[in-house]
Design a protein around this ligand. Structure first.
Ligand SMILES: Nc1ncnc2c1ncn2[C@@H]1O[C@H](COP(=O)(O)OP(=O)(O)O)[C@@H](O)[C@H]1O
Ligand SMILES: [Mg+2]
Length: 214
């Protein structure tokens, strides 16, 4: 599903984050990624979906080399990224518009999108939130709505960047239940060891620009 070959990346005016990184994720794998703050975990996700472009090396996603901006349109439709910061994910006035945005963008009709919003809100315990104003939600509520926008795309693979940060126990439980029941390929970046234990089969560590099994 995801293959990174000899990937190198340095932020402009920044330090080198990756130098010849090799990493792959096969369909059906559910893995956790840990590593110290600033190790490059978020950067890795942004390289996979093309928000950042590598200085050298290859990004192969869903069997194809992805290089130019057009190559990543399909990637972002089929690989769902939950941003570390919910405010990067949410930009519509209301919750239902935010959740409907992805499905509409995928070519669904308004009626189909409405049904997706309804179903997604049911699964994630967001019923009654549809008409709420997104920017007035609490941090935990925003996290759940951000997740809902990803879930509504029905992606083949999830990239979840610290998904449970700021969630209360009940919400975290609903999130975990969703993952276990509905998602089969994902990478979770998290410091939440319990979540990683319950929701992933294998753990990797990113440190010094290298990814190694834990
Ligand atoms: N836009 C940016 N410009 C320059 N440096 C950045 C930028 N974003 C992140 N960095 C740096 O790149 C490194 C990796 O950051 P990040 O991927 O956010 O780490 P993590 O998610 O593992 O905490 C850090 O040293 C961070 O300061
Ligand atoms: Mg991060």
């Amino acid at each position: 599903m995801i293959e990174l070959q000899d990937l190198s990346f340095t932020y402009p005016y920044g330090k080198s984050v990756f130098n010849d990184l090799n990493f792959s994720l096969k369909r059906g794998k559910r893995i956790g990624l840990v590593g110290p703050n600033g190790a490059g975990k978020t950067t890795l996700f942004h390289l996979i979906v093309g928000l950042l472009k590598p200085d050298s090396g290859e990004v192969r996603i869903l069997g194809k080399r992805r290089k130019d901006e057009e190559d990543f349109i399909e990637v972002r439709q089929r690989i769902g990224l939950l941003f570390q910061d919910s405010d990067d994910q949410l930009f519509s006035p209301t919750v239902e518009e935010d959740i409907a945005f992805g499905p509409l963008n995928l070519g669904k009709t308004h009626e189909q999108a409405r049904l997706v919003v309804q179903k997604t809100c049911e699964i994630l315990g967001l019923k009654g939130f549809e008409k709420k104003v997104t920017y007035r939600l609490s941090g935990g509520e925003k996290r759940l709505v951000a997740l809902a926008t990803v879930v509504a795309m029905d992606p083949e693979c999830f990239l979840l960047d610290e998904p449970t940060a700021g969630l209360d126990e009940a919400t975290r439980g609903r999130f975990l239940k969703y993952l276990k029941g509905h998602a089969d390929t994902y990478i979770i970046i998290s410091h939440d060891r319990e979540l990683l234990k319950e929701a992933t089969d294998k753990l990797y560590r990113l440190n010094d620009g290298k990814i190694t099994p834990v």
